[in-house]
Design a protein around this ligand. Sequence first.
Ligand code: PMT
Length: 407
Amino acid sequence: MTSLAGKSVLLIVGGGIAAYKVHELVRLLKTRGAGVRIILTKAAEQFVTPLSLASLSGERVYTSLFSLTDEVEMGHIQLSRAADLLVVAPATADLMAKMANGLADDLASTALLATDKPVLIAPAMNVRMWRHPATQRNVDILRRDGINIVGPNDGEMACGEFGPGRMAEPGEIVSSIIAMLTPRAQPLVGKKVVITAGPTREPIDPVRYISNHSSGKQGYALARAAMELGAETILISGPVSLPIPPGVQMMPVETAREMLETCESEMPADIAIFTAAVADWRVAVDSPEKLKKAGGAPPSLTLTENPDILATISRSANRPQIVVGFAAETEHVTEHAAQKLKSKGCDLIIANDVSKETGVFGGDRNTVHLVSATGVEDWPSMSKDEVAGKLMERLAHMLAPQHKVPK
Ligand code: PMT
């Protein structure tokens, strides 16, 4: 059983029927040695009592922002900062809306706004409330803000309806807490990793652009993996709709030229990984005004080549110790990748087949081939997170002092 000894969790209980499950959650956390402080919202007090939770946690339970005794004992700011992790369970639609909009009108929402610690929420609500566009908008905002979410699960609800909305089980919440709080080996502490991700957008006119199907998933997975290994992680991303991984420094860009400029400004770095699907061409002169259908022949667009970011950084005076490119191919995958390894001057190329039927663009899985000067290594089909974890471990090993990168 993974111990949580020495870890402290601030559990914020929202007002929903699922609040009854927090007794078991507190018990499981205490069994693993975690310290648990608890805040109840006003609504939560209708479902569980401070007394029962104080008995289980062995700590006093906080309920009011304006309690003189609470503020003297432990101010609301300190309450949120003294914890290693804030857990909101159940996270009601109302509490999530407050979090997404930065409202702070009670102790729970104030602690959540004042914290500088990671936050995990376990949503629970009626299926229609969960599916409502307002809730889904808030979920997107919270994800983008780096909030971790466990559940909700599918199932029958207290209200008799069926679907997603049931709070994750206490055991699942504890697993997510363990994943967030248990340190792994961090061989990249003190190292800087720069990652490009997503597509670039090359304007044709103010409303149209040239782009591609990259979702950013592979690049964002790499950024998460680099963070987990302790690296200072810079993610230079074209327009995608993914949450920014917690702790990662995000630099949004649109065009290939902006991406190059941002990459150059982030050098020197120890490792650079070029996952972005950069548009090879842009319109030579983009129109300042929307191109009009004048009734005649459609306009011809003259294209010009974009700078090659990977090749430029590989050959720069500030070249990172390890430079990794990706190769998106639809035929002769490893042969083309091997040519790119040479022509772009990088240390490794991760080749993947992006033919439509592979579902790699935008999908959650990838089958990659690691191409280096010494040969080709075929990796089995994995989730993009697994590819990222395995690749970052490999790069961390290559960066270790006894290892020389083969040229
Ligand atoms: O984003 P996802 O939906 O998760 O999909 C992942 C992915 C398919 C985008 C990713 O795995 C991938 O293959 N990325 C590389 C996409 C690409 O542009 O490949 P390429 O073979 O055209 O380019 C080779 C390398 O040169 C790439 O590292 C690319 O970033 C880089 N390049 C290309 C052109 C250019 N002008 N500048 C570059 O730096």
